[in-house]
Design a protein around this ligand. Structure first.
Ligand code: PMV
Length: 365
């Protein structure tokens, strides 16, 4: 199903009434996100097997500039630069992505593109960058549509389409275009929830609205198995069906905890979701392990500290070895002391990104 089959979005360069620009550019900053209920397993065209919910981050983000030029025959369609360095392999990936978007944005075939991108977090820090990178690109394309066709003027329409388009690049990117807490995937909790785009969740207790996330970098190595290979391995995973059921059931419980400020329930679900994600990887054929010894040491220390101090501090993991430490803003002094005393030495090069729930993407001047 394609919600946005839009053959009319094509530029008539000869139309004298229109002052079409031949060239231009747009720049967006878009954040990464951390899922608490994890999306792991997909079907069809980037549709999730279960509903997920995440917090949009703030410090961990991508900045992307999309320069567009009136297409010249025989020139490269897409040039891609990361940190000002040309990356032909990335350009090829984006070419495939843009090719898949030609029904949604027919006009992209009328242009050549030069893309400049950079992340706020160090390259090879093990932080997943596809959510921020793909959402930034999707926002640039929607912005381009708005400029040429005067569509998507309503912000709600704009971000809905950006989420839809981001999803086609990387599922989790669908959640990055919105601020705060974001749901993605059909679920009986709310009939408005969709598999096609993310939906902002606004009934959130104050203590979760400014929740903190310290990202403890345990390894800088590239992941040995990509997320797309991981999703694919779910197809033959013996635990797939009960897992999808579990995630969908949990969504309502987590949303209630987020609304009521119930940190104990939140923490129980957050930690179990992280470990379940990694358990699914270990249980798939081929089996694989993305955690490293220091990930486990940190988990042990976090649980010990929580038990001894009574502070609400919980961990999560993405598809990688790094630990996300989640805690309320009003416990930050205690938690930062704990990080310095106990966890810092377990981080590679002492690397930590102090992040928090963020305000969503931003158009750059
Ligand atoms: O968006 P993808 O295809 O890279 O999948 C990412 C999945 C997780 O980050 C592991 C979980 C999630 O929901 O973000």
């Amino acid at each position: 199903m394609n919600m946005y089959n839009e053959p009319k979005l094509i530029i008539d360069w000869d139309d004298e009434d229109k002052d079409y620009m031949l060239n231009g550019s747009t720049s967006w900053k878009s954040p990464s996100n951390l899922a608490i209920i994890k999306y792991w397993g997909k079907y069809g065209n980037q549709l999730p097997q279960n509903a997920s919910i995440s917090l949009t981050l703030d410090a961990a983000h991508t900045e992307t500039t999309l320069e567009y030029y009136y297409a010249v025959p025989d020139s490269d369609w897409i040039e891609f630069y990361y940190d000002d360095k040309e990356m032909p392999a990335f350009a090829q990936r984006i070419e495939r992505y843009f090719e898949s978007l030609t029904e949604i944005f027919p006009f992209i075939k009328q242009f050549d593109f030069r893309i400049h991108s950079k992340n706020s977090f160090p390259h090879s820090s093990g932080i997943a960058s596809s959510a921020s990178a793909m959402s930034a690109l999707a926002l640039c394309l929607c912005d381009m549509e708005r400029t040429y066709f005067r569509t998507l003027k309503d912000d709600q329409d704009f971000y809905k389409k950006a989420s839809y388009v981001a999803r086609l690049g990387s599922g989790s990117a669908a959640r990055s275009v919105l601020p705060g807490w974001v749901e993605w995937g059909e679920n009986s909790v709310d009939e408005n929830f969709s598999n096609l785009f993310g939906t902002r969740v606004t009934e959130i207790h104050e203590s979760f609205r400014n929740m903190r996330d310290a990202i403890l970098i345990v390894s800088k190595k590239e992941k040995s198995v990509s997320s797309s290979a991981g999703h694919q391995l779910m197809e033959n995973n013996a635990f797939a069906a009960p897992r999808y059921h579990q995630a969908n059931e949990r969504l309502g419980i987590l949303m209630k905890a987020l609304k009521e400020g119930d940190w104990a329930t939140f923490g129980r679900i957050a930690e179990n979701e992280a470990l379940t994600l990694h358990a699914l990887m270990m249980a798939s054929e081929e089996s694989y392990i993305l955690m490293v010894p220091n990930s486990l040491k940190m988990i042990e220390e976090i649980r010990k500290f929580r038990k001894e101090s009574g502070v609400h501090v919980y961990f999560s993991l993405d598809a990688g070895p790094n630990i996300h430490l989640l805690y309320p803003d009003n416990f930050k002094d205690e938690v930062h002391r704990f990080i310095k005393d106990t966890l810092l030495d377990l981080c590679v090069d002492g690397r930590i990104i102090y992040d928090q729930v963020g305000k969503g993407p931003q158009k750059l001047a």
